[in-house]
Write a protein that binds this ligand. Structure first.
Ligand SMILES: Cc1cc2nc3c(=O)[nH]c(=O)nc-3n(C[C@H](O)[C@H](O)[C@H](O)COP(=O)(O)O)c2cc1C
Length: 192
């Protein structure tokens, strides 16, 4: 883990994707590994923390996730917008996207899922919840978060801390056709 990454308590893991960042779904099975972009993910349960991610059943990622029962959700900062678009526009069936883009991964602490940290603000390591009746019907995958970590330069005391000096790590949100908006413009609301 780079010096700046710190474990995130599982009770705070949902906060990492609560605001709807576009994420990188990482996976591996046997000798194959892969990553793809996903704009659709959300927390769905508090304890244990569970999330839902839409992983199109035609993707190579889905094949690896079904085979391994696990995946990673890595949260790219704005410097990885180009990479995010690229890995969301090509399939890992034809090439190893990690090698193609020179990406270095670390194994997740619980399941060994390949996780990306350089350029990312955080990651969640997830165990797939098998939904046998839904396997062929739905693209949505449910999973339990078994470990999480975030860069302490932008996630502090269990909360995002977007500031002028950490815009590179601020999360990105897909508007379509490769256009993203970076999170920021923080508003402090008062419950009036
Ligand atoms: C910004 C962006 C967001 C995407 N979001 C999703 C998503 O939420 N769910 C999904 O199934 N595919 C999504 N895709 C498409 C997949 O990333 C794409 O099908 C990818 O090529 C699958 O790769 P694979 O076959 O190597 O798994 C998105 C693509 C982009 C560029």
């Amino acid at each position: 883990m780079p010096d700046s990454f710190r474990p995130v308590a599982l009770e705070h893991a949902s906060r990492l994707i609560n605001h709807g960042p576009t994420v990188l779904v990482t996976s591996a099975a046997g000798a194959r590994r892969n990553l793809m972009a996903a704009a659709w993910s959300m927390p769905v349960e508090f304890t244990p923390p569970r999330i839902a991610v839409v992983i199109d059943k035609h993707t190579f990622t889905r094949e690896l996730v079904a085979a391994s029962g696990a995946f990673g959700v890595c949260i790219p900062g704005q410097s990885l917008a180009g990479l995010t678009y690229a890995v969301g526009s090509t399939s890992g069936r034809e090439l190893d996207k990690f090698a193609r883009h020179g990406l270095v991964t670390r194994p997740g602490p619980v399941l060994g899922v390949p996780l990306l940290e350089a350029g990312c603000a955080a990651w969640l390591e997830c165990r797939l919840i098998p939904e046998r009746h839904a396997e062929d019907a739905y693209d949505t995958c449910f999973a339990e978060v078994v470990a999480a970590a975030a860069d302490a330069r932008i996630f502090v005391d269990g909360r995002w801390d977007f500031r002028d000096d950490n815009t590179e790590l601020q999360t990105i949100h897909h508007l379509g056709a490769g256009k993203f908006v970076r999170a920021g413009g923080v508003l402090h609301a008062r419950a009036a």
